[in-house]
Ligand binder design. Structure first.
Ligand code: GTP
Ligand code: MG
Length: 289
């Protein structure tokens, strides 16, 4: 198959298996793609790619320049794209030249700022320790201002991620000063306690408002702690899914915040032996980062 027309199919994502195809002409216009489908950059045979009128794609990745046979890239009515800037989107040649230059200069950088925010006592400091692999930590000492530390996570034997972690105090008196430290190009961990029920979820709003306003387009992972505190009668089979659904419904209203459903996790950070297995799920959270 050389040509595939998927126009007007309400597609949000493209199946990664398409990367193995030998397509020359791919029409993905008039869909609902949330990001540029990176798998498309692997179809080396591609000559024509139409992405027109996908209103949510904001960035075209440098990897697009790896498509050495690409002659036409359709991006009609996609003024929302922020990179490449509009003057470099006037023709496919200019656009690809820009992305190629970017690709040449880009080197992977495995260090990033990780900022934890959320109400006092929700477990921000504890989760930082769990992510770093410290399952013994159980102090109940409120953070004063902000604590900065470094966490290293091994991806495999060759690759290590370094997170510069900013663990903010949750007490209200610090809210005014926190604003000054929130920075773009950081990863955010918004923490709340599932023990606080629907009120706890509603209390996420001011944090989301703040993030959307101060650091738009940031990626936010939302962690519900204290899962062990939910009584077995309340913790039905659907409890976790229902809870995640409620948070997702709320965060979906924030168009300038990047948070997919799989970025919402419920965890137990207690260090008592009977919760050991659940506690390890906070380590799972570190893998999603
Ligand atoms: N049972 C249980 N206790 C938890 C859990 N997560 C945190 N805690 C406890 O909750 C208390 C508060 O945790 P912290 O990590 O200090 O909370 P914080 O969000 O950093 O608080 P501030 O620094 O004041 O904003 C500590 O006693 C933790 O041991 C959890 O999942 N289950
Ligand atoms: Mg703390």
């Amino acid at each position: 198959m050389k040509t595939l027309n998927l126009r007007k199919n309400s597609l949000g994502v493209i199946d990664g298996s398409i990367s193995k195809s030998e397509l020359e002409d791919l029409n993905l216009s008039d869909n609902e793609l949330s990001d540029f489908p990176s798998c498309v950059c692997k179809i080396k045979t591609l000559q024509v790619l139409d992405l027109s009128r996908n209103q949510n794609i904001k960035v075209l990745p440098p990897d697009l320049a790896k498509l050495s046979k690409l002659k036409y890239l359709g991006i009609e009515k996609m003024d929302q794209i922020t990179d490449p800037p509009s003057n470099l989107r006037r023709s496919t040649i200019v656009l690809l030249r820009y992305l190629k230059a970017k690709l040449r200069n880009s080197k992977p950088y495995y260090t990033m700022k990780l900022m934890t925010v959320g109400v006092a006592g929700s477990g921000k400091t504890t989760i930082m320790h769990r992510i770093s692999g410290d399952f013994g930590f159980c102090k109940n000492t409120p953070t004063q201002g902000v604590d900065i530390r470094e966490i290293k996570i091994d991806k495999d034997s060759k690759l290590q991620y370094t997170f510069k972690c900013w663990d903010f105090a949750g007490q209200e008196e610090y809210y005014a000063t926190h604003q000054c430290f929130l920075s773009q190009r950081s990863l955010y961990l918004l923490v709340w306690s599932v023990e606080d029920g629907d009120d706890g979820i509603a209390d996420l709003k001011p944090w989301l408002d703040n993030l959307q306003c101060r650091v738009p387009h940031s990626t936010v992972i939302i962690l519900g702690t204290h899962l062990d505190k939910i009584s077995s009668s309340t913790r039905t089979e659907s409890f976790e899914d229902d809870c995640i659904e409620k948070v997702f419904k709320l965060v979906s209203k924030y168009k300038e915040i990047i948070c997919k459903k799989w970025m919402i996790l419920l965890v137990t950070c207690s260090n008592v032996p009977e919760h050991a297995e659940e506690s390890r799920r906070s380590k799972v959270a570190s893998f999603s980062i």
